[in-house]
Ligand binder design. Structure first.
Ligand SMILES: Cc1cc2nc3c(=O)[nH]c(=O)nc-3n(C[C@H](O)[C@H](O)[C@H](O)COP(=O)(O)OP(=O)(O)OC[C@H]3O[C@@H](n4cnc5c(N)ncnc54)[C@H](O)[C@@H]3O)c2cc1C
Length: 489
């Protein structure tokens, strides 16, 4: 291999060009980029990524912002929770630095050009031209693009905000704003909401300047008189990209061109850098096949985590039943990396507040399963119970309490609720806590009766505690062994 073309000088393309050109001085690398002016706003990145890719962030440290606490503002409450190690970095500063890094290699040529297809005369063409890759459409990759249910805008403001999630009630729904500082006196805001709700509240379907002013007004408590500037406009749904193959002929996909992960998990750039490093490894050692082999499992795990997080935000408007601390707990445990036990260890004061909100001021030391629950006319002392099948429904062991099992549709609820003391919902066969318990959480949003999750034997006590405190279920039981037809358990 002698000549490599890299299309797109985002984090993935630049890091790959720099890395491969350093390892293989015999290669000529042409890096094509259409935009002379680099993107605005910022990125939130886990601190450990900065240590894993020191060169990528070299010289940026003085302007980067760091935090380990996050503020959630909801319904006039402001709640801090800790245990994060995140940095905010300007997209423009990072993109400029990475481009300089690549351009400094003697065997890299940067070309300011928008390509409409793969250029001729190259042994390898790397499509690192982002989520809407044009180069990708010239190969056979089995691309799938799925739009999310909400729409977002990527904005910035010349003020240094704390890292925060603002949940702003609008008529008919909620506007979520993920905000964090990315430079001295500059912050990023990603605003997200239901398109219809935004339109009804004068945020969508209006000129950019009007939407910017309206957003600044809604965030006045945090921004003061600072303006808001949109970098992506109009509002658009987030598109999840997957590809069945990352290689087609001499084309190979890299970074967002290969896959996207929802912005609420803040790991797109980390994945792009790691993809780039692995592709450089594979090209340098002439074993291109190892790139997809090693990266695909990592990427698929990240996409499934991100899908759950995206889904959680999409469903946010149904979560009005929760107290503010519980809402924050639910927000943080939407990802499997956080659980009741891990948060209690990392941020005990916050978890104590969640327990007090859930069960009163003496409950700080309790676990959610040990908070009594009224079912029918009985107080259950514990929220993890044994059940047995009984006449097509379920009976709680040693109690005269009957449950109806709802399997698929929330619509089934109307038929069952009169005859039952509680509703039981099975865990769904899906990846991740949020998706596995999606039906249970939906039923709980609609049902006046307590909702029990029927979980597999592998569900741990910590998992049950997490789901109860996050308000996704009221109590849980392990799926009962089937009893012979006609016998009474
Ligand atoms: C709203 C939002 C918020 C996000 N927040 C975060 C965050 O906080 N943290 C995080 O880690 N990630 C975040 N991401 C994801 C992150 O931006 C991407 O994962 C990352 O930029 C991917 O890098 P990339 O190099 O693959 O693609 P890109 O950054 O998209 O770069 C592609 C480059 O290709 C160029 N290009 C495109 N077409 C052509 C062409 N035909 N010819 C020449 N050049 C071309 C573009 O100009 C661009 O420079 C967010 C994404 C969104 C949408």
């Amino acid at each position: 291999m002698q000549r490599v073309a890299v299309i797109g000088a985002g984090p993935a393309g630049c890091y790959f060009a720099w890395d491969v050109a350093g390892r293989r001085p015999d290669l000529t690398v042409d890096l094509f980029e259409r935009n002379a002016v680099r993107p605005g706003a910022g990125l939130a990145i886990e601190d450990k990524v900065v240590s894993e890719f020191p060169v990528a962030f070299e010289g940026l440290h003085p302007s980067m912002r760091r935090w380990n606490r996050i503020l959630v503002s909801a319904d006039r409450h402001r709640i801090w929770s800790g245990g994060h190690d995140i940095v905010g970095v300007s997209r423009r500063a990072l993109a400029d630095h990475l481009l300089r890094l690549a351009a400094d290699r003697p065997n890299v040529n940067v070309r300011c050009l928008e390509l409409t297809g793969p250029p001729d005369g190259y042994d390898l063409v790397v499509a690192s031209d982002g989520p809407n890759s044009r180069i990708r459409s010239c190969g056979d990759f089995g691309t799938r693009a799925t739009e999310g249910q909400t729409v977002y805008a990527w904005l910035s403001s010349p003020v240094e905000l704390p890292a925060m999630f603002a949940l702003i009630p609008l008529s008919g729904g909620v506007l979520t704003v993920h905000a964090y500082p990315h430079a001295p006196d500059e912050s990023t805001l990603v605003a997200e909401g239901d398109a219809q709700v935004l339109a009804e509240n004068g945020l969508l379907g209006t000129p950019r300047s009007k939407a910017e002013r309206r957003l600044a007004g809604l965030l006045h408590d945090d921004l003061g008189d600072a303006a808001v500037r949109a970098h992506t406009f109009p509002w658009r749904p987030f598109t999840t990209i997957t590809n069945q193959r990352w290689r087609s002929g001499n084309l190979v996909l890299l970074g967002d061109a290969a896959r996207t992960v929802h912005f609420s998990v803040g790991c797109g750039t980390a994945l792009a850098l790691a993809d780039a490093r692995h592709l450089a490894d594979a090209v340098a050692s002439d074993r291109l096949g190892t790139y997809e082999q090693t990266r695909r499992p990592v990427v698929e795990r990240a996409q499934s985590d991100a899908a759950a997080s995206m889904h959680w935000f999409e469903q946010l408007s149904h979560r009005s039943d929760l107290g503010t601390h519980q809402l924050v707990f639910a927000l943080r445990t939407r990802r499997d990396v956080n659980s009741f036990a891990s948060l209690r260890k990392r941020d005990p004061d916050f978890v104590a507040s969640v327990m007090r909100e859930m069960a009163g001021r003496f409950a700080a030391e309790l676990e959610p399963v040990d908070v009594p629950l009224r079912v029918g006319s009985t107080d259950l002392p514990r929220r993890l119970v044994d059940v047995a099948e009984c006449g097509g429904g379920l009976r709680i062991a040693n109690r005269d309490l009957l449950g109806a099992v709802v399997d698929e549709e929330v619509a089934e609820l109307d038929h069952v609720k009169h005859a039952a003391d509680f509703i039981a919902v099975r865990e769904q066969p899906a990846e991740g806590r949020v998706l596995r318990t999606e039906l249970a959480a939906k039923v709980r949003g609609r049902s006046k009766l307590p909702v029990m999750l029927l979980c597999g034997s592998e569900a741990s006590l910590d998992e049950v505690n997490t789901l109860i405190a996050a308000g996704r279920i009221d109590f849980a039981a392990h799926i009962p062994a089937t009893t012979p037809e006609g016998s009474t358990p």
